[in-house]
Design a protein around this ligand. Structure first.
Ligand SMILES: [Zn+2]
Length: 517
């Protein structure tokens, strides 16, 4: 039995619950309770009950995509979970009436809601597409609209005759008998909206933002918010009490915040989680609530990173000048790389971006294979770099460089392999990855697409060991031209380096999961 399931009750001083000014104390209490030992760490893609819910803990084993949403049956005797790929998993008295798990979705599923009788449910995707199952009727979707911001949540009306969708900019879209009671769209928000809950009578709703801010509309009363607190982790969802006299907020670290008449039943705050908490749902009759633990998007994935050159290569010409066979011809074991006019070296730039990328990828759950541990050494040879990543069985890899191009030329280019033997099996996926890298780098950094290298930012190459000898999908990015003044100013900037890493991490995540991180 899970230690947090069913009948376990948690004593929390009443004053903590009722006094909004003591919420930081409540948060601290949650940490203490969650730190209870005895192997309480929930598995990825699982549900953890609090209070006296009728259904306890459950886990989706090895789903094709992380669990992202939950809905509860009318009597609280069961629940559904949905994954980002639209897969639906049923527990207790929740019936399976279909899923989008076998479809190729244009955008990931982000939330779900059930009908009043529990005989159907809706899924909603990030692009506003709505999928209906069982007796859940289609009342419209935002899937054909060009949205200013992605859809992040949904709620159904009490009779199941309609639903609302909410976007991250606070925009609310109402369908069927769901009435529009206002939105935060158009107003500048301190933080993105992440979810919503409907008032029990359907005559209002709440929106909740990442910073814990709560917006109330219609007859949904404002019972307080975490908007003025310094949160350890972003708020990711909310649930309302059966009577609408209060609500809970949940943060990605499992912290739970209570407002109005919503009782505190415990939290996962302070628990080492295998992935973020992604949603919560309230049990009917205020019997408690469930928290949904997702999984890190790159859990189980291996990513290779080769930061080109090395900081001391200049000191060892006898080593790095030796010719090595790269699959189609010979090239030097390694080179010093280029530098900007101010003397900032390509080797230092490459390693800075690689370190930031490693950090981003590990935060998403990936294992990272680096070809050199620091910027204070010599080599290794380009052939060895390829071998390190091949032997690490990376699922995808990127070689990071900056170019020494003509001073008048600007921009970044992605070099992709052509089939030369060893790499034959991975050329096609490498080319898909090249497009993703090009698109993410163009969208996520201030660097323009190269005006001198490649076509549309992509250049096939057959003369580089890193691309010729790879047995894993791989590209090489020239992040800019160190010999151009405008590019050099960007390449030397820590902000640009972080943006470059983030863009590369996004490309990796899209490649490995089909979804941005
Ligand atoms: Zn280079």
């Amino acid at each position: 039995m899970h230690r947090l399931s069913g009948s376990r009750t948690v004593a929390v001083p009443a004053a903590v619950i009722v006094a909004a000014s003591l919420l930081s104390l409540l948060s601290a209490a949650a940490v203490t309770l969650g730190a209870d030992p005895a192997g309480a760490t929930p598995p990825p893609n699982s549900v953890v009950p609090f209070g006296s819910t009728a259904v306890g803990a459950n886990t989706v084993d090895n789903p094709n995509a992380p669990v992202v949403g939950m809905a509860v049956t009318p009597d609280g005797g069961g629940y559904w979970l949905t994954g980002a790929d639209g897969g639906v998993f049923t527990y207790g008295d929740a019936a399976f009436v279909g899923s989008a798990g076998g479809l190729r979705l244009n955008a990931p599923v982000v939330a779900m809601a059930a009908t009043r009788d529990g005989a159907g449910y809706w899924l909603v995707a990030r692009d506003g597409g709505v999928f209906t199952y069982g007796d859940a009727a289609f009342f419209g979707s935002a899937g054909s609209l060009s949205l200013d911001a992605p859809i992040v949540g949904m709620a159904a009306t009490p009779d199941g005759g309609g639903y609302w969708l909410v976007a991250s900019d606070g925009g609310v879209f109402s369908y069927g008998d769901a009435a529009f009671w206002g939105s935060a769209g158009g107003a500048p928000l301190n933080a993105a909206v992440v979810g919503m809950a409907a008032a029990p009578d359907g005559a209002g709703y709440w929106l909740v933002a990442r910073d814990g801010g709560v917006f109330s509309y219609g007859d949904a009363a404002f019972w307080g918010s975490a908007g003025s607190l310094r949160l350890d982790a972003p708020v990711v969802g909310m649930a309302a009490t059966a009577g609408g006299n209060g609500y809970w907020l949940v943060a990605s670290d499992g912290g739970v915040f209570t407002y109005g008449g919503a009782p505190y039943e415990g939290s996962l705050g302070g628990t080492a989680l295998p992935g973020p908490v992604v949603a919560m749902a309230a049990a009917p009759g205020d019997a408690g609530y469930w928290l949904v633990v997702g999984s890190k998007p790159l859990a189980g994935k291996v990513v290779g990173i080769d930061p080109g050159h090395n900081g001391l290569n200049y000191s060892a010409p006898g080593v790095i000048d030796q010719p090595v066979f790269n699959g189609t011809g010979t090239e030097p074991c390694d080179t010093t790389g280029t530098a900007t006019d101010s003397g900032y070296t390509e080797a230092a730039f490459n390693f800075a971006v690689a370190a930031a990328l490693r950090s981003d990828l590990e935060a998403e759950g990936a294992s990272v294979v680096l070809t050199r541990p620091d910027n204070d050494g010599v080599g290794p040879c380009v052939t060895t770099r390829a071998a390190i990543i091949n032997q690490g069985h990376a699922d995808v890899a990127v070689d990071i460089h900056a170019d020494g191009g003509p001073a008048g030329g600007r921009g970044f280019a992605v070099l992709e392999p052509v089939p030369v033997g060893p790499n034959d099996a991975v050329v096609a996926p490498s080319r898909s990855f090249a497009t993703m890298v090009r698109d993410q780098f163009a969208a996520g950094t201030a660097m323009p697409i190269s005006d001198y290298d490649g076509v549309g930012g992509i250049e096939p190459r057959s003369d580089l060991a890193g691309l010729n000898l790879t047995t894993v999908p791989k590209v090489l990015i020239e992040c800019g031209n160190m010999r151009n003044g405008a590019d050099a100013a960007l390449l030397e900037s820590p902000a640009f380096q972080r943006a470059a890493a983030t863009a590369l991490a996004q490309a990796v995540t899209v490649f490995l999961t089909g979804r941005p991180g």
